[in-house]
Write a protein that binds this ligand. Structure first.
Ligand SMILES: [Mg+2]
Length: 343
């Protein structure tokens, strides 16, 4: 059973105090009615909020609790990265079923706090309640960016080059793998009905072989450098999938795009590692890479902050998004990201 609210908050407070202290911007953290945050002079506030729901964003039989905590915060940090901002504080609201083991909550919190610690973010408040059904976590991340310098989705112009960091499709590949195993298990169950048969089907996938899914690394340093050097005209993080996220940039910027399929960095996953197929790279979500546009006058190195960058296409005037295949044939790319894989 999870700890009662007071004890849970005390435990989280203790965990945050022993690990994270932020960058001196948390004037008052957990323990008062509100947190008090100090911002650097001439900065603006960034705020993002994300739900993490059991059965929608994770499954307890698929995801270790540490991974759920990590991913919960990573989503918010990735949004801050996509603006070129720096994270300051996180706020966590948790609704937990009464029969959830306390060890699950402890591991969830540890996963979340170790990512927070890595990026100098303080867990500065939150709320807890009992959930009638399943685990619900809502995270708010507050960040800051110098006045007027946030990198928006609306700044792309025809002729800009389109870049993406890291590799795509790795996260969706893990999901697909787990779904496939589930189907196999159900088939075995209905055919043999035996628990022994069932045990022979492998369960779960290795978080190490699919780390991009279980422990995604928000590209904060890359986002900050792109902003500081004024290299990007528009930016978004790939949370829904390239086809959907690029469509967001195009819509907000009133432009179109042309991608070259051979330039899209396909994730290598599993053991032995194999490249994912193009469909996963185009439409799989939750890679939390940065997708950004660069004016023709700016040069982009092959790596920034240790993260590989790929030039995958160009922004066009046409308002439509096309992909050119290796034979030189162009086809229209429809945004069918994340939702398509979740089912
Ligand atoms: Mg985002």
């Amino acid at each position: 059973m999870p700890l009662p609210e007071k004890a849970l908050i005390a435990q989280i407070r203790w965990m945050t105090q022993t690990t994270v202290r932020g960058r001196g911007r948390i004037l008052v953290g957990i323990g008062d009615d509100c947190a008090v945050l100090g911002l650097p002079p001439e900065h603006e506030i960034l705020v993002t909020t994300d739900f993490t729901l059991e059965g929608i964003h994770f499954r307890r039989d698929w995801h270790p609790a540490e991974s759920v905590g990590h991913r919960c915060l990573a989503r918010g940090l990735s949004d801050i990265a996509a603006m070129g901002g720096e994270p300051v504080a996180a706020f966590l609201s948790l609704a937990l079923p009464h029969d959830l083991p306390q060890s699950w909550v402890g591991r969830f919190t540890r996963g979340l706090i170790s990512l927070a610690e890595k990026h100098g973010v303080t867990l500065a408040g939150g709320d807890t309640a009992e959930s009638p059904n399943g685990i619900l976590a809502d995270i708010v991340v507050v960040g800051s960016v110098p006045k007027g310098k946030a990198i928006l989705r609306s700044g792309a112009r025809p002729g800009d080059r389109i870049y993406v960091s890291g590799e795509l499709g790795g996260s969706a590949a893990a999901l697909l793998q787990m779904q496939t195993q589930d189907t196999q298990r159900h088939r075995k169950r209905s055919h043999s009905g035996g628990a022994k048969e069932l045990a022979r089907v492998t369960t779960g996938v290795s978080p190490r072989a699919y780390s991009r899914h279980f422990y995604p690394e928000p590209r904060l340093e890359l986002g900050r450098i792109l902003r500081e050097k004024e290299l990007a005209t528009a930016m978004i993080d790939t949370s829904d999938g390239l086809s959907t996220d690029l469509a967001h940039i195009c819509q907000e910027s009133h432009v179109g795009a042309e991608l070259n399929s051979v330039l899209i960095p396909l994730a290598r996953v599993g053991k032995p590692a194999r490249a994912v197929n193009l469909d996963l790279a185009l439409n799989g979500g939750e890679d939390y890479e940065l997708l950004f546009t660069v004016p023709p006058s700016k040069r982009i190195p092959s790596k920034i902050a240790g993260v590989a960058l790929s030039h995958i296409g160009d922004i066009t005037r046409s308002r439509r998004i096309f992909v050119t295949d290796p034979q030189g044939v162009s086809y229209k790319l429809h945004p069918k990201g994340w939702e398509h894989f979740r089912r």
